[in-house]
Design a protein around this ligand. Structure first.
Ligand SMILES: *Cc1c(COP(=O)(O)O)cnc(C)c1O
Length: 368
């Protein structure tokens, strides 16, 4: 862990192993593990993360869009990949690249079957998603009869899994709602078995679901944020290690006389003689403008320095009047101690957003 001389995202693969093993310790030995690597593995690097998880014998991957699955196949990833949010236009590409679609509507089922038949497929694996209360994506529980009729008319596809997604698995005040979702999901699965005679694998839980609802792990769980080191609660965060550290460097120092302004639109005015450090990271790197004007902060020599004025495209300025620092000193935006959720929450957002926003132009450095 050397000192950063430019803006880098350090990715600790050992921490990823730790998080994977911790999550596995919360499962029954036979429960399968799907790793969610969408959005560049939550802003880190989907290829390196997927390859490392393959060495740990992960069972499945999920991405959101077809293009993300193609990138993994191009890099030689062999594990099955569920595409969570495909469109009908992707059907041919999905089959060509051995990517397995989430089928969430009758239209998509119909369109996918047509393409699978045209391409001479037999039992091509598909995954059926049901809406149990999130009201985002998925079949209605009452669609089972229609789905079964469509499936019985073809041999081109075969239902490998059925799943749903929880709306508030991290929020224990919503326990009743979540338990209702679990019951609805069970009812859909047994109705599907009754009508079709088939019993696909079932999966429902994301990271917080794994932790809070062990009775709902079914055949497989789907974890994203936990793998990257966040447990969605103060208690659980202790069991995870954040895998990414965002570091930078002080490019230049300025002394600002009282009454002078700093940055675009003169958003900050000094009320004393201030020392200001300029750092090469901005909104184009994923550090949103919401962190400007003292909502966000960084750490220099273990001291907290607030962002002053507006976040620029490629730079921020921070107030270091009371901090002993100089040009070339390392800057920590977040790491294992100063966690990403802390800066995110101070600006009213969540760890997921600050992580997935990190731009691909930031250099990735891997630790074994
Ligand atoms: C993103 C996503 C997940 C992962 O959720 P985490 O809270 O990051 O574990 C699981 N399932 C679905 C359907 C998702 O879209």
């Amino acid at each position: 862990m050397s000192r950063a001389l430019e803006t880098i995202l350090e990715i600790d693969l050992g921490a990823l192993t730790h998080n994977f093993n911790y999550l596995k310790s919360r499962l029954q030995p036979e429960t399968k593990f799907l790793a969610v690597v969408k959005a560049f593995a939550y802003g880190s690097d989907s290829v390196e993360i997927a390859k490392h998880l393959e060495t740990l014998s992960v069972d499945y991957f999920a991405v959101a869009y077809t293009q993300e699955g193609i990138a993994l196949r191009d890099a030689g990833v062999k594990t099955p990949i569920l595409v969570l949010h495909p469109q009908a236009i992707n059907a041919e590409t999905l089959i060509d690249r051995c990517l397995e679609p989430n089928i969430y509507s009758a239209k998509l089922l119909n369109d996918f079957i047509t393409v699978a038949e045209e391409k001479g497929q037999k039992n091509y694996p598909i995954h059926l998603k049901f809406n149990t209360g999130l009201n985002r994506l998925g079949f209605d529980p009452n669609d089972v009869n229609a789905i079964v009729a469509m499936l019985e008319s073809t041999k081109a596809v075969s239902v490998k899994t059925m799943f749903s997604h929880l709306a508030a698995s991290e929020d224990l005040n919503e326990k009743d709602f979540t338990k209702q979702q679990i019951e609805t999901f069970k009812a859909i699965a047994s109705n599907f078995k009754l009508k079709s005679g088939i019993e696909p694998w079932l999966h429902l839980c994301n990271t917080s679901g794994i932790i809070n609802y062990p009775e709902a792990h079914f055949n497989m769980v789907r974890s994203g944020i936990g793998l990257y080191g966040f447990g969605n609660s103060e208690l659980e965060d202790k069991n995870f290690k954040p895998i990414v550290s965002l570091k930078s460097v002080v490019s230049q120092m300025h002394e600002i006389e009282k009454g002078r302004s700093v940055g675009y639109n003169r958003a900050h005015t000094s009320n004393r003689t201030e020392r200001v450090a300029t750092i090469p990271i901005g909104h184009a790197d994923g550090l949103s403008r919401i962190y400007g004007n003292k909502k966000g902060f960084v750490f220099i020599n273990e001291e907290k320095a607030y962002i002053i004025g507006n976040v620029c495209m490629d730079m921020i300025m921070v107030d270091v009047t009371d901090i002993n620092c100089k040009e070339g000193d390392e800057v920590i935006i977040f790491n294992k101690t100063h966690k990403a959720n802390e800066i995110a929450e101070s600006a009213g957002t969540i760890s997921y957003e600050i992580l997935t926003a990190l731009s691909q132009r930031i250099k990735r450095v891997f630790l074994p």
